[in-house]
Design a protein around this ligand. Structure first.
Ligand code: SF4
Length: 345
């Protein structure tokens, strides 16, 4: 049996041709799956009963399912999605001034082991396939949610699953009506992936989870830095083809006494100098047994000021949905007792 949601447009045309149907059937099917969010072959009433019966003998439409959801006082919604093999992933929907941004997962668990992230401390289970990635959007749209923007910052490192992720990005931009300008992929800095992404995926925005201005500090909190040290990462970003009017986002989780000094801010300003960028400061969201604390508000403002004085656009990320455990991993953790926090969100 073929899962029709895993087939790309060309493969769908071939599939219908193999059944002696015209290729416009593939276009109709894609419209029903990606625009009308239909979850079953039987629901595609534009197809005759006999065509639906013929399809059902050879194929199906996979669906992730909603296991749990919570809504915060600030309207942030957190979702726990179930996958066909019993695994679970999370999504967070953040409405804000006319926009509605969905944070999407790309893997079950994560192998990167960032020390400020609970998801990272629990290890990697498997990659999501293209259908499981786009279905996070499709399911919520079917539930009546509007999604204007997408950030690939949920569970997992998107560039460690680059093939399925780039397929999913193509579906989002060509079939689901989401502009690449409204999609952001966040990475810890897998250099080969950053080089490959613009060659195989639509021109989405790039965010880099940097979190430290020196290798000494970054090695302590992000094991990936031993493989791709800061100099190599920054050099790769300098060569990255940034579209006119766009900027790379540097994410920087502030950890008290680790990377939050004014000296760190000054060093950060010099290493990213010359790269069209903005900097998002993320006060650490503490979780049980985490070895870190968030700096006080005054220290966060001082860090921001050093960067602003040097000409950068610097934003302090609001913590969303704290009353519903909206930091990545927490809803899943409440269910399984193993997951708990996420630095990138
Ligand atoms: S911050 Fe992202 S890349 Fe790092 S461990 Fe957590 S999920 Fe993985």
């Amino acid at each position: 049996m073929v899962d029709l949601k895993t087939l790309n447009p060309n493969q769908l045309v071939e599939f219908f041709e193999s059944l002696n149907h015209d290729k416009f059937r593939a276009r109709q099917l894609m419209h029903w799956i990606y625009q009308r969010n239909e979850s079953s072959i039987d629901g595609i009433t534009e197809f005759s009963v006999s065509l639906r019966q013929q399809l059902a003998k050879r194929a199906y439409i996979s669906n992730i399912e909603l296991i749990d959801s919570r809504t915060s006082k600030d309207a942030t919604e957190k979702f726990l999605f179930g996958l066909s093999d019993g695994e679970a992933i999370e999504g967070v929907l953040m409405p804000d001034s006319g926009k509605s941004t969905l944070c999407v997962s790309t893997q079950v668990g994560c192998a990167m082991g960032c020390r400020f992230c609970r998801t990272g401390s629990t290890g990697f289970k498997r990659n999501l396939n293209v259908a499981e990635i786009v279905d996070q959007i499709i399911l919520l749209r079917r539930m009546g949610r509007s999604i204007t923007n997408v950030v690939l910052m949920g569970m997992g490192e998107p560039l460690a699953n680059i093939k399925e992720v780039s397929d999913a990005l193509r579906r989002m931009t060509t079939l689901m009506g989401i502009s690449p300008k409204r999609i952001t992929l966040s990475t810890v800095g897998l250099v080969e992936g950053i080089e490959e992404l613009p060659l195989i995926a639509p021109p989405v925005n790039l965010a880099v989870s940097l979190n430290a201005p020196t290798n000494e500090i970054r090695n302590k909190i992000m094991p990936i830095n031993r493989r791709y040290p800061i100099e190599q990462l920054i050099e790769t970003l300098r060569a990255y083809p940034i579209k006119r009017g766009r900027r790379i986002t540097f994410e920087y989780v502030l950890l008290r006494g680790v990377n939050d000094s004014e000296e760190s801010a000054r060093m950060l300003s010099s290493i990213v100098r010359g790269i069209p960028c903005k900097i998002n400061l993320i006060p650490f969201n503490a979780f049980e047994d985490s070895p870190f604390e968030s700096p006080g508000h005054e220290q966060i403002l001082r860090f921001q000021e050093v960067l602003i004085d040097r000409g950068y656009s610097v934003f302090i990320r609001k913590s969303r949905g704290q009353d519903i455990a909206a930091a990545c991993g927490q809803l899943r953790g409440n269910r399984t007792g193993t997951y708990g926090n996420r630095g990138k969100v």
